[in-house]
Design a binder for this molecule. Structure first.
Ligand SMILES: Nc1ncnc2c1ncn2[C@@H]1O[C@H](COP(=O)(O)OP(=O)(O)OP(=O)(O)O)[C@@H](O)[C@H]1O
Length: 327
């Protein structure tokens, strides 16, 4: 369980944003100094509101977007030294929308076997057999091999996406909201399937969600992201049962507005999600925090170790390597 399969050290990614004609471009810090370790066999849930940087972080971990700063290692090797094909053999994504992530003109068989072709598998005669094996594992009947995505239900399409991701037996799977586009009745079936596959194939998951409840029964660890930073991280049970960061508490209470672009002030938190181009001074959460201290508007908190992770909040201070509440 202690083998590190993915290690992100202080990684950041910014985008230069133009705010209109004749105005200078400004950096938007989508991911801002994130440290994250994925240990073999664990399910790390990355949670946070829309726009906090989850997808940007996932794209960097998949080698699809280079970090502006920091280092990334996959299976002990610097990600920057690996080719796209090598990265794809180690880490694979499963996206949220099985309607748009599958090519409607390709048959299920060709969708599932495409990664074998891309990786230059030398034995095309075995592709169908390998596809059927993985179809059985994900609960898809063999008879759909020659069907097209439009002939399948949403749940079956997500099973196709899972089969495609797993056919080359990656070690890490990044699941980006894997059930949010599905009917509620199907969501738990897909989560249970992912859980079974993890055990059977020894997989490690990074599960991205804006909703802590969705990942509740799967996560072994939880990382809470806010405006590009991991503000709290730790063992799932500890984060659920005794959340330290006021933002984690708010997420657990599910009181956040789902779409920050709506600019709707959240009644519980008192203010809308900030514009990432105009980051608040000090602690970036302070304008919405119900427990704000006088220093929070000026001073960005440093990470403080907890029993199983860390929290970035001035309510706590480090005392001989342990955390205590600021007096
Ligand atoms: N290619 C890009 N160019 C400019 N800005 C970007 C780009 N990609 C992301 N951003 C900005 O970076 C910030 C983080 O976006 P990101 O998509 O990573 O967040 P997210 O948490 O995944 O959101 P969602 O849950 O809606 O997918 C947002 O403010 C977004 O507008």
């Amino acid at each position: 369980m202690n083998e590190v399969v993915l290690d992100a050290r202080d990684i950041s990614r910014s985008f230069m944003i133009s705010q209109g004609f004749m105005r200078a471009k400004r950096p938007l810090h989508a991911v801002n100094g994130v440290n994250l370790k994925l240990h073999r066999g664990e399910v790390l849930a990355l949670v946070g509101e829309s726009g906090c940087g989850k997808t940007t972080l996932a794209k960097m971990l998949l080698g699809l977007l280079p970090p502006s700063a920091g280092t990334l290692e996959l299976d002990g090797q610097p990600l920057a030294s690996l080719s796209h094909l090598e990265v794809a053999r180690i880490v694979q994504p499963i996206f949220q929308d099985p309607y748009s992530s599958l090519n409607p003109r390709k048959s299920i068989g060709s969708i599932i076997t495409l990664p074998l072709q891309v990786q230059g598998d030398k034995d095309p005669a075995s592709w169908r057999q390998r596809a059927e094996e993985i179809m059985e594992l994900v609960g898809l009947p063999r008879r759909v091999y020659n069907n097209f995505p439009s002939q399948l239900s949403g749940g079956q399409r997500q099973r196709v996406a899972i089969a495609r991701a797993l056919i080359n037996r990656p070690r890490v799977v990044i699941c980006d909201e894997p059930t949010s586009a599905l009917d509620v009745s199907v969501q738990s079936q897909i989560l249970n399937l992912l859980q079974d596959l993890r055990q059977e194939l020894g997989l490690t998951y990074l599960m991205i969600s804006h909703n802590l409840a969705v990942v509740e029964h799967m996560a072994t660890r939880i990382a809470v992201m806010y405006l590009g930073r991991i503000v709290e991280e730790g063992e799932a049970e500890s984060v659920y049962n005794s959340p330290r960061h006021p933002y984690t508490e708010a997420l657990l209470g599910s009181v956040l507005t789902p779409d920050p672009s709506l600019g709707v002030p959240d009644t519980h938190l008192g203010a809308a999600y900030p514009n990432p181009l105009d980051m608040p001074s000090g602690c970036s959460f302070h304008p919405r925090c119900t427990k704000m201290l006088p220093q929070c508007a000026q001073q960005a908190p440093s990470p403080i170790p907890t029993e199983s992770g860390h929290v970035e909040c001035s309510l706590y201070e480090e005392n001989k390597g342990k955390m205590r509440i600021t007096s």
